[in-house]
Write a protein that binds this ligand. Structure first.
Ligand code: F6P
Length: 363
């Protein structure tokens, strides 16, 4: 059977464990040796104890747990060729040339580069006698399949990334909790949620919680938005509401691309409306806790599909990402989604915010 390595990379996300578990078990079921690579790319670069053979039982009891059993890191060494060279050598020493990468856009971009470079890395390893000619032959190609794990839901080509639904649940719980205390004191709360440059979490949480105002990077407000915001909040009060909730994405910006902070909004509301206003920044609470049922199922489906895709790979097949499209798991070219993700970054830079949202598919 083949040997495959599974690793999680970048920011963790609920549901990564479900994906990991499914990949390990599908691999074992199909007669493969499955290795867990601990601490993301860093573990691949460092080798040794970071690479361990998994059994069916290794992944028992983790399906609902948040985080990732095998650790994750944002690795600097892998960004440089010498780091990737060491990673290639370590993989070959374990006989691994099939990888399941569970991570965000940065991690998948790294995987793509690794695949493209693989044969030149092997050349260098052979020339410097770090691997044998026979190993060069046996592991002449690298298969990679990516799974998108990120609470941000910011990846092109998939309806949902693994973790976004759980983070959304966490946010909704927090908003519900804030609402009860806001009600008692007739306060306004400005709540900041994660998502990097993507407004999905803020938008979906705002819809699901009856927020009064939502600010997302994809829809920077027109000049003078502060007046509109205050008018809206005042109207709510006139209608008899005892509280206000403003949800702001951490990446929210104005038309010039300048960040809008939760504190700025709080000060405006306090000054103009004389409403007692507080800021709550949810932070990493959103990335923690149990995975939702949706993320457990999504992770499981994607993890299993990733291994099936690896088994179908041929030396010249393009690396793929497993995506969810209209509730079907499907395989899309990794290159294409990486390119699209770059196009999103470019559109954001050019302040073409709606285009960015369209490209991402979360408009
Ligand atoms: O990408 C996931 C995410 O949680 C973003 O929403 C956030 O901007 C970032 O990671 C936080 O990064 P760190 O965990 O390194 O502080």
């Amino acid at each position: 059977g083949r040997s495959l390595g599974v690793f999680t990379s970048g920011g963790d996300a609920q549901g990564m464990n479900a994906a990991l578990r499914a990949a390990v078990r599908m691999g074992i079921y199909l007669g493969c040796k499955v290795y867990l690579i601990y601490e993301g790319y860093q573990g691949m670069v460092d080798g040794g104890n970071n690479i361990q053979l998994a059994t069916w039982a290794t992944v028992s009891g983790i399906i609902g747990a948040g985080g990732t059993l095998i650790g994750s890191a944002r690795c600097m060494d892998f960004k440089e060729r010498p780091g990737r060279l060491r990673a290639a050598k370590n993989l070959i020493s374990f006989g691994i040339n099939n990888l399941v990468c569970i991570g965000g856009d940065g991690s998948l971009t790294g995987a793509n580069l690794f695949k493209q470079e693989w044969s030149s890395l092997l050349d260098e390893l052979t020339e410097t006698k770090q691997i044998t000619e026979e190993e060069r032959e046996n592991y002449s190609f690298l298969n990679i399949v990516g799974l998108v794990g990120s609470i941000d839901n910011d990846f092109c080509g998939t309806d949902m990334t693994i973790g976004a639904d759980s983070a959304l649940h966490r946010i909704i719980e927090a908003v519900d909790a804030i609402v009860t205390t806001a009600f008692s004191h007739q306060r306004c709360f400005v709540m900041e949620v994660m998502g990097r440059h993507c407004g999905y979490l803020a938008l979906a949480a705002g819809l699901a919680s009856d927020a009064d105002w939502i600010m997302i990077p994809e829809n920077p407000p027109e000049k003078g938005w502060e007046d509109k915001l205050c008018k809206r909040l005042a109207l709510q009060r006139e209608l008899g509401h005892r509280l206000n909730i403003v949800l702001i994405a951490e990446g929210a910006i104005d038309k010039e691309g300048k960040p809008i902070s939760a504190d700025y909004i709080k000060d405006i509301i306090k000054k103009r409306l004389k409403i007692d206003t507080r800021v709550t920044i949810l932070g990493h609470v959103q990335r923690g806790g149990a995975a939702s049922a949706f993320d457990r199922v999504l992770g499981t489906r994607m993890g299993a599909e990733a291994v099936l895709a690896l088994m179908n790979a041929t030396p010249d097949s393009e690396p793929v990402v497993i995506s969810l499209n209209g509730n079907q798991t499907c395989r899309i070219p990794l290159m294409e989604s990486v390119e699209k993700t770059k196009a999103v970054a470019k559109a954001m830079e050019d302040k073409d915010f709606l285009r960015a949202a369209e490209l991402r598919g979360t408009s």
